[in-house]
Design a protein around this ligand. Sequence first.
Ligand SMILES: Cc1cc2nc3c(=O)[nH]c(=O)nc-3n(C[C@H](O)[C@H](O)[C@H](O)COP(=O)(O)O)c2cc1C
Length: 221
Amino acid sequence: MTVNHDVVGSNPARVVLYYIKQLFHYFYKPPLLKELMELDRAIQERRSIRKFSKKKPDWREIIECIDAARFAPMAGNCYSPRFILIDDTEKIKKLAEASQQPFIAEANYVVIVTSNPDRTTNSFEERAEMYLRQQAGAAIQNFLLKITEKKLATCWIGAFADDLVKEVTGIPGSVKVEALFPIGYELKKPTTRQDKTSLDRILYFNKYGNKNMMHEKKINA
Ligand SMILES: Cc1cc2nc3c(=O)[nH]c(=O)nc-3n(C[C@H](O)[C@H](O)[C@H](O)COP(=O)(O)O)c2cc1C
């Protein structure tokens, strides 16, 4: 580290201050960068957990995760997802039966994500169905990342009998049940790392199926 005397001058106090400032800049990571690193960690650490410990989550923490879902993008800013937080043990048992997935009954809480189609359908007609599904997905991913950040655990449940879930929770006919999320704390970390697809398999350039970033050479006749 060398001192630029044109800027700092030769006053010893200013030179010391200069060194302190340099050290601060060297060690200090701006908050945005820190947050980005935490986001990366949440994205990569999120896992589907199907075994919960006996420890009961604080329901307020689950509400904070649902709050994160509010910030997802929505076509025309029409917010379609609706959330139901269930803590009624009998209802949770029935939801496990409706899904034929007994581990759900081990959770203290279940969050049901639904879509209210009214405003989106009015605004976007035939594209609304697609938007509703995409919006639910965007909201759910925010929710899941917040669950991960809070060290809570869940598993996305997409297989269930819609009519039974609606019956148990009083969801009206026009409202779609998107997914269920049993919430707890993980009993133990999954030992196997879920094989995630490689970037190479899912990324194309300029044309579907084209794996090459290079532009095709134009030959002038
Ligand atoms: C739309 C959807 C439906 C799913 N339905 C179920 C389900 O009914 N039961 C279940 O145990 N896991 C379900 N999963 C979780 C997947 O099995 C899991 O995400 C996948 O195996 C990848 O593992 P990971 O979440 O740990 O990365 C579902 C996931 C998605 C996105």
